[in-house]
Write a protein that binds this ligand. Structure first.
Ligand SMILES: Cc1cc2nc3c(=O)[nH]c(=O)nc-3n(C[C@H](O)[C@H](O)[C@H](O)COP(=O)(O)OP(=O)(O)OC[C@H]3O[C@@H](n4cnc5c(N)ncnc54)[C@H](O)[C@@H]3O)c2cc1C
Length: 529
């Protein structure tokens, strides 16, 4: 893997590699310059532009480059790895800790990508796709090669347009934000956010932690905090402890997937040895401020059989950080803005991008892989990335369809195996929607960018009974119009609108995604390079 431009960080120095990746047999050696290491594209006209250097993007880029395609990978992070294989800055000298390279699968992926002639634009956000007939379609159209999509990026070199022959979107997922009383207090974080501090910055962002939610990630993060020397007061899971009957039903999904379960068991073992109480059937009902206005305590309650808090069971636990893990939301904004078709998949985290068996989205020239197609874990993301790479190689004419079919066969087998486990985990650790609805009050902030409360949305729905969709409520209340473009409030708002109007969440739809899908400076729009 090489990087274009001297001002950016070297991808893998702690592994002893340079930024000039070794080319595989038959491919031209990479140069580390703007010149393409293989294929015929220029810096801005690669065969394939990949957005996201997580498991899906790395797996796809490696397959593509190994077959001679010119691949450019763009990621807003400074180092590749995505969420699970996240790495600390290259300048950190301390070894160990829960970095991406500590996980064997991560080490293999990162190392294979580093050895492949893949070009890499780190610290670069992809903020719009143009040329597909969606809104603002004439943006920077003047110099674009006809028939190609235009990917707008912004990074250390300013705004750069990429005109790839094919575009692969592997933007991953983010923590599901859950509104409840006190969730905007300083000290209330997501479990994934806390993990980023520990993994990437070697920093424990607090003294006394409570971890709560419904996803097994809270167990993993709690164990990582213990290993980093933090005090964990309690882990509260708003799901039932799986019983013998559930374990029996789970057996077919567990077969061939024991690694993930072992990870959970190891985390539980770490917590038990540290004498951390892990309570199932328990949820957070409020985050309470301390004397200085930051988080001082967490209010927890037992869950009744109907998934609502049991009155009289509430208790307070002192903490300066509450880390919440209720699951993940696919990062579909760029694919939706481009115009790719979506479908609602509750088990997959909400709105996901439709695709065919080669990961082709509905929009010609666009592929999708990993958690944008549904939250299902790093192994599934890796397998989908490989399939997308093979599909793109066929479309580029670099691999014949029978060869792609043969290479894809073991990948498809792996996908089937991983999907069984993903389905089981989604069922067992689903966010407790009834409980979350029960603790929301009118004062609870829903859209933190525009400071729109639950009460304001309820009032809008009462005042305008014809409002039934997320977009309509957005227009009336401004929820979703802020910096985060609705990434934070959309799941909560859709659940609220569905509950108040008696519809399924899917019927409420999603916010229309508009460029820029992520915050960029205004100059990025006036000076497209
Ligand atoms: C916060 C968090 C923590 C997690 N921790 C664990 C864990 O400890 N153990 C575990 O088993 N699983 C964990 N998961 C789940 C696991 O990370 C995923 O299953 C896996 O990483 C999915 O791979 P992916 O390639 O689809 O996406 P990701 O790994 O999420 O990679 C997507 C990449 O795309 C980049 N990106 C997104 N949008 C843009 C854009 N517009 N422009 C440029 N770049 C962009 C991101 O920076 C990211 O690097 C975690 C997930 C999250 C969200």
């Amino acid at each position: 893997m090489t990087h274009d431009g001297p001002q950016w960080t070297t991808p893998f120095p702690e592994d002893g590699r340079t930024d000039a990746g070794q080319a595989p047999a038959g491919a031209a050696p990479s140069t580390g310059s703007e010149a393409a290491p293989a294929g015929t594209g220029s810096a801005a006209e690669p065969d394939v532009a990949v957005v996201g250097a997580g498991p899906a993007g790395l797996a796809a880029a490696t397959v593509l480059a190994e077959h001679g395609a010119d691949v450019l990978v763009v990621d807003e992070q400074l180092r590749p790895g995505g969420q699970i294989y996240r790495q600390p800055p290259a300048s950190f000298t301390e070894r160990g800790g829960p970095a991406g390279t500590a996980i064997p699968a991560g080490r293999r992926l990162l190392s294979a990508a580093a050895d492949a002639p893949v070009r890499w634009w780190p610290g670069t956000v992809a903020w719009g796709v143009f040329g597909a007939g969606a809104g603002l379609d004439d943006f920077a159209a003047a110099d674009a090669p006809p028939g190609r999509l235009r990917l707008a990026t912004h990074g250390p070199a300013g705004t750069r347009l990429v005109h790839p022959r094919l575009l692969l979107l592997t933007a991953g997922a983010y923590d599901l934000p859950v509104p409840f009383p006190g969730w905007t207090l300083p000290g209330v974080l997501t479990a994934g956010g806390v993990q980023v501090f520990v993994k990437a910055q070697r920093l424990v962002p607090g003294r006394r932690f409570v971890l709560a939610g419904a996803h097994p990630l809270v167990l993993v993060v709690a164990a990582q905090l213990i290993a980093a020397g933090a005090e964990v007061a309690e882990v509260a899971l708003a799901v039932r402890r799986p019983g013998v009957a559930a374990a029996w039903r789970a057996l077919p999904a567990v077969a061939g997937n024991t690694g993930k379960l072992a990870e959970g068991a190891r985390a539980l073992g770490t917590l038990r040895r540290a004498r951390v109480p892990v309570r199932f059937g328990t949820m957070v009902t409020a985050a309470l401020p301390g004397a200085d206005g930051t988080l001082g305590a967490v209010r927890l309650a037992d869950l009744a059989a109907d998934d609502t808090p049991v009155p009289g069971t509430e208790r307070e636990v002192g903490a300066d950080v509450l880390a919440l893990g209720y699951g993940f939301v696919p990062s579909t904004e760029l694919a939706r803005q481009a115009g790719c078709a979506t479908r609602y998949d509750a088990a997959g985290g909400g709105w996901v991008i439709e695709h065919d068996r080669w990961q082709r989205a509905s929009l010609p020239g666009v592929y999708v892989a990993g958690e944008v197609t549904g939250v299902a874990g790093a192994e599934q993301a890796t397998a989908e990335g490989r399939l997308a790479g093979l599909g793109a190689l066929v479309e580029l004419g670099r691999v014949r369809p029978p060869t792609a079919d043969r290479l894809a066969r073991p990948v498809r087998r792996e996908l089937r195996r991983r999907r069984r486990l993903a389905g089981l985990l989604a069922d067992t650790f689903a966010p407790p929607d009834a409980a979350l609805a029960a603790v929301r009050t009118d004062d609870t902030v829903l859209c933190r960018c525009e400071e729109v409360t639950v009460g304001a949305v309820r009032a809008a729905l009462r005042g305008h009974p014809h409002l039934r969709t997320a977009n309509a409520v957005k227009l009336v209340t401004r929820a979703g119009m802020g910096m985060c473009q609705g990434r934070s409030c959309q799941p909560g708002l859709c659940a609220l609108v569905a509950a108040e109007t008696g519809q399924e969440v899917a019927a409420v739809g999603s916010y229309t995604a508009r460029p820029p899908v992520k915050p960029i400076p205004l100059t990025a729009l006036s000076d497209p390079g």
